[in-house]
Design a protein around this ligand. Structure first.
Ligand code: SF4
Length: 375
């Protein structure tokens, strides 16, 4: 279904319409800057545009095609979940996490840095990958977001907090919506957003051709991989889409990506009782990751209503798993902290993965900048 209005942040739409109208695309960042500062602006409030640009904006574009339907703060006010309504009536989630690096301690010393916010964005409504521990997976696939709808999540969030990091870990598999995601990331790293590519993390279940393409298109991006199992058989059991992406080929793609990016890869591993959390699995994972520079994040599974076909691993088992990876294989391994749980009961993948992952990502990005040392 085609909608009358396009988002002014829809990168390909506004660029092609400017080109067709013979307008200089250099005006686009200027328009974005004005909209960022003036959410309810009228196009003729923007100074110094050619008259054809006002006509084009008036007839085809809106400053925002989505609206914040609800903003829910956690009780500690650290986390805010935005429920965003799209033009097609569907909803996606975005999560803002305010984070003060001075509050934590690493290696007995205060952490460097200061207050900052991380935004977790969605790239699709629903998801076709069908991971059977994931709430979004149970929705099936509904639609891809445009680059404008992805950027609008950043625009909405920027109005409640200064966003320094963006993670693509919300609803959807970002590499299944490749061009819109890459367009959005390119815009995020340019004026007026100007985020560092090293402050943007894309999380994938392991779409090999997408990782290979990303390596060429966006080599500076942080990559996170939802591995969740050390062998293909278990991966296929909990993530049916993994059948198309054999583990050996995935690891080759990750090593190649790392050769270009020179950055550690975040390995996400959800701990499912008696499925992937035994000592032998820790050793298998350790061996699998021996030739990759990685940070492993162990995620205690959080059962959710009728989706709970799995159980939470015993806490001691998780610690034992971590000890094996650290002690035997010298792999940096963290256990996800639980944060913002009081607001994560609504819908979508964020229920399982977010917002607690945001601190893990902060840690990864700090490691990349050699600012801190994880214990
Ligand atoms: S975990 Fe990610 S890839 Fe898997 S179903 Fe959920 S949203 Fe999709």
């Amino acid at each position: 279904m085609a909608f009358k209005w396009k988002s002014v942040f829809d990168v390909s739409a506004i660029k092609s319409d400017f080109e067709v109208a013979g307008l200089n695309p250099n005006f686009i960042p200027q328009i974005w800057k004005h909209v960022l500062k003036n959410p309810d602006c009228r196009w003729d409030d923007i100074p110094s545009l050619p008259s054809a640009a006002y006509h084009l904006l008036d007839s085809k574009f809106k400053p925002s095609t989505s609206t914040v339907h609800a903003a829910i703060d956690s009780s500690d006010l650290v986390t805010t979940k935005l429920l965003i309504k799209l033009q097609n009536g569907e909803f996606v989630e975005a999560v803002v996490m305010r984070y003060d690096t001075r509050l934590g301690k690493y290696d007995g010393k205060p952490r460097l840095g200061g207050p900052r916010s991380t935004l977790c964005v969605s790239s699709q409504v629903g998801c076709k990958m069908g991971c059977n521990f994931c709430a979004t997976g149970s929705m099936g696939f509904k639609s891809n977001l445009t680059s404008g709808e992805i950027l609008e999540q950043l625009v909405h969030a920027s109005r409640i907090s200064a966003i320094r990091n963006v993670v693509f870990m919300g609803m959807g598999e970002p590499l299944n919506n490749y061009s819109a995601v890459v367009d959005a990331i390119r815009a995020m790293t340019a004026f007026p957003f100007q985020l560092s590519p090293k402050k943007i993390t894309l999380s994938t279940v392991g779409i090999i051709h997408g990782i290979n393409k990303l390596q060429k298109d966006m080599p500076n991006l942080n990559l996170a991989v939802s591995l969740h199992a050390p062998v293909q058989e278990i991966r296929c059991q909990i993530m049916p889409a993994a059948r198309a992406f054999p583990l050996e080929r995935l690891m080759n793609a990750l090593r190649e990506y790392q050769t270009t990016s020179q950055q550690k890869i975040l390995i996400e591993y959800i701990m499912l009782d008696a499925v992937n959390d035994e000592e032998q699995h820790a050793h298998q994972l350790g061996k699998l990751l021996e030739t990759l520079q990685s940070v492993v994040n162990l995620i205690p599974f959080n059962p959710i209503g009728s989706l709970s076909c799995y159980s939470t691993s015993d806490g001691q088992k998780v610690i034992k798993f971590q000890k094996i990876l650290r002690g035997t294989y010298n792999i940096r391994t963290t256990i996800r902290k639980q944060m913002g749980q009081d607001i994560s009961g609504a819908c979508g993948q964020l229920v399982i993965k977010k917002p607690d992952i945001l601190t893990d990502i902060e840690d990864l990005q700090e490691i990349e900048q050699n600012k801190i040392v994880l214990l």
